[in-house]
Ligand binder design. Structure first.
Ligand code: NI
Length: 386
């Protein structure tokens, strides 16, 4: 049986599993039923597995010994009320698989079944990593800290994401940096409250914040090289209680993105300096808390070459796309690929006739044709690497 035939055979079950998972989404850090579903399937197929990451992640091995190729998917959903009208739409109010992680999980399960049937052909181990809490990040680093990349040591890691801008049957690859490093921050400006008619008696945290927000716009435009890429976004701002009271504090939250560690630490340091000194100029103070979410996602060149060649062979020349630019989005697959050579790719999931398709949208409907593409590349990748 060719790989294409084996994929075609497992595909109906993959779609069935995906639809079940789609109707039973769970938020990051609460993936109990998803974990149970994964474990039931693995048990049915006699694939040994264990739990990790507060018992929400699942690690399974097929084959034995080195080399060891890891396949990683994310399993969590989002706090979104689904508006797709699908007959297998979410049954859980306010929670939806709007980022395709249902597709990712079902593809890895189907790949597990296919590879288990070919276990005798494998010269090494396939390690399946079902990772919780991607949307909140943290799931990946926890799994790694708990040893998912050891015994035997993982030699290469593959992962993928559905892409609603790319047609089904297509896959997109990226050499080098594919996604940004991300740092979230909470910035509180502490002024001094007083009567709105006597501003001289206080320090207006709203006026200070307005100056600060304007000043921060120069971080990317004036403090990093024009050829480097970075983003500083303030996403929320809250302050004040009443129209005639000078606000004594304002709290903002935001995110910093950068494609390399130098730009990331430069933006962090400069943001801190600018916040402290701008506030000081007005007699205010700041409290600044920064959390590094994940490093930049960097694809290994040799592994990307292998996957590109495989994609041209399995999908076709035209269907194999080389991404020209990285994204400033973040994906915590970066933790795995900064630990071990990795390759992350996108599979086309565009549904024709549905406008405004975007990840994290309440009307997101990925084309299920993407599952065949992902299955071919994951299982073909493993079979060519082992
Ligand atoms: Ni996602």
């Amino acid at each position: 049986m060719t790989l294409q035939e084996a994929v075609a055979r497992v595909l109906p079950e993959a779609i069935e599993m995906r639809r079940y998972l789609h109707s039973h989404p769970e938020l990051s850090g609460q993936e109990q039923e998803t974990r149970d579903y994964i474990c039931r399937k693995l048990t049915d197929w006699a694939i040994p597995h264990r739990l990790c990451t507060r018992n929400l992640g699942v690690i399974a091995d097929i084959g034995r010994g080195s080399p060891c190729i890891a396949l990683r998917v994310d399993t969590d959903a989002l706090p979104i009320t689904e508006q797709t009208g699908l007959d297998f739409a979410s049954r859980i109010p306010g929670i939806m698989h709007a980022c395709g992680h249902d597709v990712h999980t079902a593809v890895l399960l189907a790949a597990a079944k296919l590879l288990k049937a070919r276990e005798s052909e494998l010269k090494g181990t396939v390690r399946l990593l079902f990772q919780p809490a991607e949307e909140t990040t943290g799931g990946a680093s926890d799994m790694i800290a708990e040893g998912c990349m050891e015994n035997p040591a993982v030699t290469a890691v593959l992962g993928f994401h559905v892409d609603p801008t790319l047609a089904p049957g297509y896959a997109a690859f990226c050499y080098g940096t594919m996604n940004a490093a991300a740092t979230d921050f909470t910035l509180t400006v502490l002024g001094r409250g007083c009567h709105g008619a006597r501003p001289d008696q206080g320090v207006d945290a709203i006026v200070v914040s307005a100056q600060l927000i304007t000043a921060l716009q120069s971080l990317v435009s004036r403090s990093i090289s024009p050829t480097a890429s970075g983003v500083v976004t303030i996403g929320t701002i809250q302050g004040g209680t009443k129209e005639n009271i000078i606000a004594d504090s304002v709290t903002m939250t935001g995110t910093i993105r950068a494609l390399n560690p130098e730009t990331q630490s430069h933006l962090k340091d400069t943001l801190r300096r600018m916040a402290e000194h701008t506030a000081a100029a007005f007699g205010a103070e700041v409290q600044l808390k920064m959390d590094d979410l994940c490093p930049a996602l960097i694809n290994d060149q040799a592994l990307t070459n292998r996957l590109l060649a495989l994609s041209r062979e399995l999908l076709g020349e035209e269907q194999t796309v080389l991404m020209q630019e990285p994204s400033l989005g973040a994906d915590d697959f970066a933790f795995f690929s900064s630990h071990t050579p990795g390759c992350y790719f996108n599979v086309g999931a565009r549904t024709e006739g549905l406008e405004g398709q975007a990840l994290h949208s309440p009307s997101f409907v990925p084309h299920e044709g993407c599952m065949e593409t992902a299955l071919l590349l994951l299982t073909g990748g493993v079979l060519s690497l082992l």
